[in-house]
Design a protein around this ligand. Structure first.
Ligand SMILES: Nc1ncnc2c1ncn2[C@@H]1O[C@H](COP(=O)(O)OP(=O)(O)OP(=O)(O)O)[C@@H](O)[C@H]1O
Ligand SMILES: [Mg+2]
Length: 225
């Protein structure tokens, strides 16, 4: 069903430099939301704050009754298991083939057997259109394929919340629309809550149920597309 994320009065500074202030919104369960904003407005910082990699200076982030802005490290560790994250650069391990990259979270966080892992990895690779590329290294494939491999890896633990950072950066329009269509199809199939951050207006126009805009250090709007 996915999980809603409730953000209340969130403010983030680095030293004395304000990134954004008083951001409040509810990211609806199971829907696709896009946060749009020019480069440097703090979209990646926002995603990292949502998964607890960065601490906000003020505010709350409620997920299943836990405020991840203030909770203990131990609770944060549990809540993190609900997330799948596709980082801006794909964040693949360069020396591992795609199979091992996608299998990594399963080997790290579950006690599944290698044959169970194999089934899940092959299934997710197929879902993102990468069947047959399992043995390739990240350096041997295109940027679009790397993003899809990152997406497969973000999906292996069956996340309730999927965070996606600039799926369209570095991709040509054809590959951008391919991966955007993939998000729409995927959302219909798995029902997780999707949050995509991007500066691509076309993505914001075509993909989401809801759109937000980060602008001039605050959330200028958030609502149904
Ligand atoms: N760990 C950090 N320490 C200090 N400043 C940081 C840190 N991370 C990000 N920043 C600053 O926060 C601001 C927002 O950065 P962020 O990467 O979130 O922008 P963005 O909206 O994702 O941009 P882009 O569209 O180019 O990816 C930038 O000015 C950046 O220099
Ligand atoms: Mg960014």
């Amino acid at each position: 069903m996915g999980t809603e994320v409730v953000v209340e009065g969130l403010t983030k500074k680095f030293g004395s430099s304000l990134i954004w202030k008083d951001v409040s919104l509810t990211i609806p369960a199971g829907e696709i939301s896009v946060m749009l904003g020019p480069s440097g407005t703090g979209k990646s910082v926002f995603l990292k704050t949502l998964i607890g990699l960065l601490k906000p200076n003020e505010g709350h982030i409620w997920i299943q009754g836990v405020d991840i802005a203030t909770c203990k490290e131990k609770d944060l560790y549990e809540i993190r298991k609900l997330f799948g994250v596709l980082f801006q650069d794909g964040a693949m391990f360069g020396s591992m083939n795609l199979y091992d990259n996608v299998a990594f979270p399963l080997r790290e966080h579950t006690k599944k057997s290698e044959s169970e892992i194999r089934q899940i990895v092959m299934d997710k690779m197929e879902l993102v259109g990468l069947s047959g590329a399992e043995m390739k290294l990240p350096g041997e494939i295109s940027g679009g394929m790397r993003k899809r491999a990152g997406l497969a890896r973000a999906l292996v633990l069956d996340p309730e919340i999927l965070l996606i950072d600039e799926p369209d950066s570095g991709l040509d329009p054809v590959r951008t629309s391919y991966i955007n269509q993939l998000f729409i199809d995927l959302n219909a199939q798995i029902d997780a809550t999707f949050l995509i951050v991007t500066h691509d207006i076309n993505t914001a126009r075509t993909v989401p149920d809801n759109i937000g805009l980060l602008y001039h250090k605050h959330l200028a709007m958030f609502g149904p597309r």
